[in-house]
Design a protein around this ligand. Structure first.
Ligand code: ADP
Ligand code: ADP
Length: 228
């Protein structure tokens, strides 16, 4: 059974400027096996975020079905962690409070939250920064918090929407290496949206190449690269 399955997905948006409809996603089928790192690659505006948001359950298809672990999804769920282009941290919460926020909502005590967050703080190398606030973090560190937060509930699937796009070149390379290393150690299925061919080839075990308007998956390339 596929970890993620998109079947015959169509998405039509209203084009308010022209008063017409815009076929954004045109009959996309995609099947992602467990523990694959799939990069969804294509030019800006081709519909990558739209597809990712459908897998996240943030957006619905005009027609077609999205299944995760064999079940048709109806909205967001703890089986899918999401990392956004901007880290979207809560400025009034420190690092570990941001990471564990979903546990706070679930009524867990501060000490339970702290304990649950710690392994993920270590995983993304933020030890020593637990009590720092978002305004005191660099862009790369803020994204590490976003990654730890997405991993907290041990979701089977991690969805990432250009998480390193706003980082400087050196930090980007470090974060890419770190992400591959985390993925190799912990496995899990990743869908990573990017418009960078370089990034897709560095990160992906597979690359799905999208075309623009209408958004289609043109090619699914399995890289089968040896990993260090
Ligand atoms: P990408 O992630 O590949 O840059 P998006 O999925 O964000 O592409 O967008 C695909 C296309 O759909 C773009 O033309 C965008 O303007 C359009 N679009 C995205 N969201 C909406 C929306 N809520 N309403 C209307 N058009 C939208
Ligand atoms: P990106 O290219 O980084 O994916 P976009 O600028 O396409 O980002 O989209 C940013 C947000 O704006 C998304 O939530 C998308 O759904 C929304 N959006 C994009 N295009 C439109 C549009 N034409 N009308 C309404 N909302 C849109």
């Amino acid at each position: 059974m596929a970890a993620i399955e998109l079947k015959d997905i169509v998405k039509i948006y209203a084009d308010r400027k022209r008063g017409t409809e815009l076929l954004t996603i045109d009959h996309v089928d995609l099947s992602v096996d467990s523990n694959e790192f799939l990069c969804l690659l294509g030019p800006s505006g081709c519909g990558k975020s739209t597809l990712l948001n459908m897998i996240a359950g943030f957006e619905t298809a005009s027609s077609g079905t999205v299944s995760v672990a064999g079940k048709s999804i109806t909205g967001p769920g703890a089986d899918r962690g999401m990392v956004f282009q901007q880290a979207t941290l809560m400025p009034w919460l420190n690092v570990w409070e941001n990471i564990a926020f979903s546990l706070k909502l679930a009524g867990k005590s501060a000490s339970e939250q702290r304990e649950a967050a710690q392994p993920f703080i270590d995983m993304v190398k933020l030890g020593g920064f637990e009590n720092h606030y978002p305004s005191e973090l660099s862009g790369g560190m803020a994204q590490r918090v976003g990654i730890a937060r997405a991993l907290l509930l041990n979701p089977a699937v991690i969805l990432m929407d250009e998480p390193f796009a706003a980082l400087d070149a050196q930090t980007k390379i470090e974060m890419q290496e770190e992400l591959v290393s985390i993925w190799q150690r912990h496995q899990g299925t990743v869908v990573f949206v990017t418009h960078s061919v370089d990034e897709a080839l560095v990160l992906g075990s597979q690359v799905a190449v999208m075309t623009h308007r209408p958004g289609r998956i043109r090619e699914l390339i399995k890289l089968d690269l040896p990993r260090p």
